[in-house]
Ligand binder design. Structure first.
Ligand code: GLN
Length: 546
């Protein structure tokens, strides 16, 4: 991760709101703007405010909310934080993701402690004050020139009103410099052959009703905005012509920073905030990565075996890690999601034999487990490069126990608490926990790598730190049996002796990890496990050391 000295005396606050429709890509626009400011030498962080009442997305089904992203400090957060880290190559933390649940919890806790001194506790000012406090927390660290705060949801939603009100109030605070970017949609109507600005006008009106005039409008569109359209948006929405930024559909999210640079989004922001800047912008390595993505020299097909195949967001960080690894190998990685419930020993060959690599995904619960085990058996027996992540690693241990060592019906106690061979078992400290939210083994833990192992070579060092999210683990009672049979524990947590990584000795590429490498892959630092997995899938022999 790289760090720079911040240049400005005080943090500037940039708010990103969304209108017209959800899923327009506020997270990517925020991350792209942050990337451009970073490339100009400023220090930037991004924060996501989520208007739902859950404390965090940790207890939500991926169908509700996509992947749950985990930070170094063990926060279970919105997947947009993954984009922020992947674009900026800096770590985020709990402070970067705030939910309505967390805001209310903190206000209610204060009320119980008597901190409101007998006052009636109300949405305004107490909830809005708490929101503003959470926003300023990052700015007040003194580490950042810019704090970009993305407000989840769409303007006009009842639940996001207190956030918009907090933004309105901050704009009037004397000692704060801030700016509002509103992301809208300019739809193309096929029947009339026209781009339509009315939804944007309405959306800005909704913001105005809440007392907020946006400074910049970023307009998502599938066709280029003409001068006339830009003028019209500017005129009706009270912004200058340069403040109407086109955000045309891009092939890859990694093109968006370059598109935003062409539209001068960063320059308009800097001018509006009256921040001096030079003409220099260092995007060389980003451009290099984006060129490699566009001009691959090879292609591999990877099967992602998991439970949530219809939903791209469910394994977001895994998919992005493959993009980074693909870029660094100049290889087009085609990722196909295969439903583990559909796989069995009879059809596994037909379903998986066309792939150059198999990844078995993280997950919880019984559904689809036997399919994952069939996929792993196939990879192990046929020398297909295999990467198992968290539950994927646990399934690899179960498979090896059953089919190689001869532990009949070996299982994880998560699925079969009565198994004779509990090769995966609940962690000691998890046994008494009954509360669901935020109680797993979460966040970054150290791991010592065994010298001479393949993983040691991939990382190129003896000690690593990776992020976790689990309650079960390899059962060390069986360690000797596994080692003897050729499945080696090659990564061990130094404090508790937990097995974090397994490898099969006489397999071309078979790695299982208890942690989530996908949370740490960035454009600037593609993850060594993904890089070498793709490399193995391409069929290359030599290893890339991190
Ligand atoms: N369900 C498993 C556990 O809790 C694996 C979790 C995961 O894959 N993230 O240990």
């Amino acid at each position: 991760m790289f760090f720079r000295e911040n240049q400005l005396a005080k943090a500037n606050y940039i708010f990103v709101t969304g209108g017209v429709a959800s899923s327009l890509g506020k997270g990517i626009i925020s991350a792209s703007l942050a990337k451009l400011l970073q490339a100009r030498g400023f220090t930037v962080t991004i924060q996501k405010l989520d208007p739902y009442i859950n404390i965090d997305p940790g207890t939500m089904n991926p169908y509700e909310h996509g992947e749950c992203y985990v930070t170094d400090d063990g926060a279970e957060t919105d997947l947009d934080l993954g984009h922020y880290e992947r674009f900026l190559n800096i770590a985020t933390s709990q402070a970067n993701n705030v939910t309505t649940g967390r805001i209310y919890q903190s206000v209610i806790d204060k009320e119980r402690r008597g901190e409101y001194l007998g006052k009636t506790v109300q949405v305004i000012p107490h909830i809005t004050d708490e929101i503003k406090r959470s926003i300023k927390l990052l700015g007040e660290t003194g580490e950042y020139d810019f704090v970009i705060t993305e407000i989840g949801g769409t303007v006009g939603d009842i639940e996001s009103l207190p956030y918009i009100e907090a933004v309105r109030q901050m704009r009037w605070e004397m000692d704060i410099k801030c700016l509002v970017i509103h992301l809208t949609l300019v739809p193309y109507l096929k029947a009339s052959g026209e781009l339509k600005t009315k939804p944007t006008q309405h959306s800005v009106k909704v913001l105005l009703e809440a007392g907020v005039q946006p400074d910049i409008l970023v307009c998502r569109t599938e066709r280029h905005l003409s001068k006339d359209i830009r003028n019209k948006v500017a005129l009706f929405c009270n912004v200058s012509y340069e403040s109407v930024i086109e955000s045309i559909d891009a092939k890859s999210i990694y093109d968006v920073p370059l598109l935003m640079r062409d539209e001068k989004l960063d320059e308009v922001v800097l001018k509006k905030l009256e921040v001096e800047y030079s003409g220099e912008i260092d995007l060389d390595s980003w451009i290099d990565f984006s060129e490699k993505l566009k001009n691959p020299k090879s292609e591999v097909r990877i099967a992602l075996v998991g439970k949530y195949v219809e939903l791209n967001d469910a394994y977001k960080s895994i998919a992005e890690s493959f993009t980074h690894a693909g870029g660094s190998n100049e290889c087009n990685v085609i990722l196909s999601r295969i439903h583990s419930e559909e796989i069995n020993d009879d059809n596994v060959e037909e379903l998986l034999s066309s792939f150059n690599g198999i990844l078995v995904a993280p997950g919880f619960g019984e559904r689809g487990i036997e399919g994952k085990i069939s996929a792993i058996k196939f990879a192990r027996e046929n020398g297909v490069p295999f990467l198992g992540i968290c539950l994927g690693m646990q399934c690899a241990v179960i498979e090896f126990g059953r089919n190689v060592i001869g532990f009949k019906d070996a299982h994880s106690t998560e699925i079969n608490p009565a198994t004779k061979y509990p090769v995966i078992d609940i962690m000691e400290e998890q046994k008494k926990i009954t509360i669901k939210g935020g109680t797993m083994r979460l966040g970054a833990y150290e791991c010592d790598l065994v010298e001479g192992s393949k993983t040691y070579e991939y990382y190129g060092k003896a000690q690593i730190s990776e992020r976790h999210r689990h309650r079960f683990e390899f059962n060390n009672k069986f360690l000797k049996d596994y080692n003897k049979a050729g499945m080696k524990a090659v990564g061990i947590n130094p404090d508790g002796g937990l097995v974090e990584i397994i490898e099969i000795e006489d397999h071309p590429w078979f790695v299982g990890v208890q942690f989530h490498p996908e949370y740490k892959s960035t454009v600037a630092n593609p993850h060594p496990l993904f890089v070498n997995f793709v490399r193995a899938a391409v069929g290359a022999a030599e290893i890339v050391t991190h």
